[in-house]
Design a protein around this ligand. Sequence first.
Ligand code: BES
Ligand code: ZN
Ligand code: ZN
Length: 492
Amino acid sequence: MKISLVTSIPKSQSLILFAFEKEKAPCALPKQAPLIQQAASEGFKAKECSGAILHPKSGSPAKQVILVGLGDKSKLTGEKLRRAAAAAIKKAQSFSQKSVSLLLPGTLDVQKESQIISEGCLLAGYRFDKYKSPDRDEVLIKNVDLIAPQKVLNEARKGIRFGQILSDATTFVRDMVNEPPSNLPPSKIGEIAKEIADRGESVGITVKVFDKSQIEEMRMGALLGVNRGSAEPPVFIHLHYRPQQAKPGEKLKSIALVGKGITFDSGGLSLKPAQSMETMKMDMAGAASILGVFKAIPQIKPKIEIHGILAVTENMPGGRAYKPGDVLQAMNGKSIEVLNTDAEGRLVLSDALAYAVKQNPDAIVDLATLTGACIVALGSLVAGAMGNDDDLFKAIQKASEESGEKFWQMPLVEEYRDGLKSPIADIKNISSVRGEAGSLIGGLFLKEFVGGKPWLHLDIAGPAWSDKEFHYLSHGGTGFPTRTLIHYLINQ
Ligand code: BES
Ligand code: ZN
Ligand code: ZN
């Protein structure tokens, strides 16, 4: 789908217009009250994301008009506009339109509005159909012409460009998460990281992809332990961005993004039930979202230094698999008694976090599909946020208001740390108190490996995946929280 910019309404195309509840005319077309009257006579009330298709007789700006509701004018948010744009695209798609035009409603500042509408259209138009035979009947929208007044074209252009960057990064992550797990083993993720670094070399991106023997040399015993039951070797990826224009030796703010990259989580010997395994190709969504961010870096050129640190392996129950009762040693020397091989995310992250600490960043943000408990607590739309630094959470929260992705802070209750005490090692990978505060336990475990650095853990087990089509989300990988991370980095 291509988003373009025009200054007048193309007569021949279907025209998407927005409208608020109780308003007499569509947004930006005060003289077109008859359109609202006609729609109202068919029951259209301009409720959020509601739609009406009109074929007005005369005096209309276009032959076919798709009216989409924005709800109460005083309660409009960017996210509501994003969802309304998605609803408009789906409506147009259901009428087999190849090209549509869309009149900017003029409700937010032009740049923001065109960015958000582009995002809504592009994300709603996403499909993962590379494994499907072509459907001859399906018509997909190829072009969306945004209509904006001449005097704001520059702002609108900037907005579309940024919306495109955010959407490209997101759909790239969706593609990775949706890819069948046997087609995306750790080695392939290493190759993708190299391609991203190659393309970003001129802006200051470099990459190291460590293979199994190098991981052994670094003594990442936890990552190696998780990998033991798999026929696929692990990789450990360190992407690094330092703005090209920074002077040698100049100290810049630096942030480490650390991602869980389990390309398939069978649970290992603590095997998951069949149904729980159905979506476990998504267990690399944290790592994938970091690759999405690095893909966007050449276009957004943040002013800070960024590390992308990814621990990538399958979690499989092969003959050499690590066993409940085993003790692993992470690269910082801490020993971990494994009592459940399905709590593998925290293990690979223990090595990744310890590695991140060695890069001496100003802050660490980890992204992980860590616990089913987080889905129980917050559902599939909200990520859990835990950490040791309120300002870091606030910065992510601010970015989340821009992206529409939701985060909720949870407390790392110190008393619960007791449950992780092991009789034979420094820590256990699950708590002796079962069935309580599972996400916090995950967070408390990770805290042991951040060496007191400002740190935020984002448990994205819920929102990284969608079981259904929902506004601009499609079934499968969502790309969460790539857009939030990009906003966060730009805000630094
Ligand atoms: N990858 C899973 C968490 C998960 C579950 C993500 C559902 C997305 C959807 C993780 O490795 C896991 O299995 N966690 C265990 C932890 C438990 C053994 C302490 C869980 O949530 O059951
Ligand atoms: Zn698991
Ligand atoms: Zn997992």
